[in-house]
Design a protein around this ligand. Structure first.
Ligand SMILES: Nc1ncnc2c1ncn2[C@@H]1O[C@H](COP(=O)(O)OP(=O)(O)OP(=O)(O)O)[C@@H](O)[C@H]1O
Ligand SMILES: [Mg+2]
Length: 246
């Protein structure tokens, strides 16, 4: 049976664009009503009245050019962003792996960040303690696990992030370009883990610029362009259509 676990209804997301005080603060104050109106009007619409559903156990790829709004879409699913209008409904335990290093504290060690993230993402301290050795083993960072993560490379951050997310026993996993920065070994390990999740019926939303990975992992794909869903359907058809336009 198809049970929707992620539902977007007419979702619009605007960002306010940054305005420097080009004429200085005094000038800003003198023309205050106009300046406020200018700030109100300078919104950038990333997503415009988007509606779609993701069913339980489905694996869905989100594709589109740089800046299309893919990470914004995932942020809305994870609840770290809220829509400007419309509604987002997500049912189930979510493990988000958003942009690189998001949710990590740079001055804490790898181990402390595992504990912090595990607890923030819904585990008890006892559960984290129970899983920590498996997480450390999967991340395979050697002695760096006891170093502050500001000393990590981007691949090392991705290892830590994926390892935490993968051990949360999620019902829904949100993955933003996890395979992009890992080395070949880790990419393979991630891919196996993702396919294991797929086998066991976890709902997966997977953002990637690698159409091969989207085809390997996903049943369905959603192509975002010009603030809207340009095309949705089986992953092979949608990725091929996207590739023929780019
Ligand atoms: N906090 C913000 N304030 C203003 N604009 C933002 C903000 N975050 C994102 N944007 C803009 O929203 C648009 C979509 O960004 P988003 O990160 O969702 O794109 P993306 O599809 O994930 O791109 P990429 O493939 O490069 O990761 C971009 O034009 C970006 O500049
Ligand atoms: Mg992105």
């Amino acid at each position: 049976m198809n049970t929707p676990v992620i539902t977007f209804r007419n979702v619009t997301k605007n960002y306010t664009l940054y305005h420097g005080l080009t004429g200085g603060f005094k000038n800003f104050l003198f023309r205050l009503p106009k300046a406020i109106k200018q700030i109100r009007d300078s919104k950038y619409c990333v997503l415009k009245e988007i509606s779609f559903e993701v069913n339980s156990g489905e694996t869905v790829g989100i594709i589109g050019r740089n800046g299309a709004g893919k990470s914004t879409l995932l942020g809305l699913m994870a609840g770290v962003l809220s829509p400007s209008s419309g509604t987002v409904e997500v049912k189930g335990k979510v493990a988000p792996l958003l942009e690189l290093g998001g949710g990590f504290h740079p001055d804490l060690t790898g181990i402390d960040n595992i504990i912090l993230n595990g607890v923030l993402l819904g585990l008890s301290r006892k559960e984290v303690a129970h899983k920590i050795s498996a997480i450390i083993k999967f991340a395979d960072l050697g002695g760096y696990i006891t170093q502050p993560i500001r000393t990590y490379s981007s691949g090392m951050l991705a290892r830590l992030g994926f390892s935490v997310a993968a051990h949360l026993e999620p019902e829904i996993i949100l993955l933003d370009e996890v395979l992009a920065v890992g080395d070949a070994d880790f990419q393979k390990k991630c891919m196996n883990k993702i396919l294991e999740f797929k086998q066991s019926g976890v709902t997966i939303v997977f953002i990637s610029h690698s159409m091969d990975s989207v085809r390997e992992i996903c049943d369905r794909a959603i192509w975002i362009e010009d603030h809207r869903v340009k095309m949705t359907g089986d992953a092979v058809t949608v990725t091929k259509a996207y590739q023929s336009c780019n």
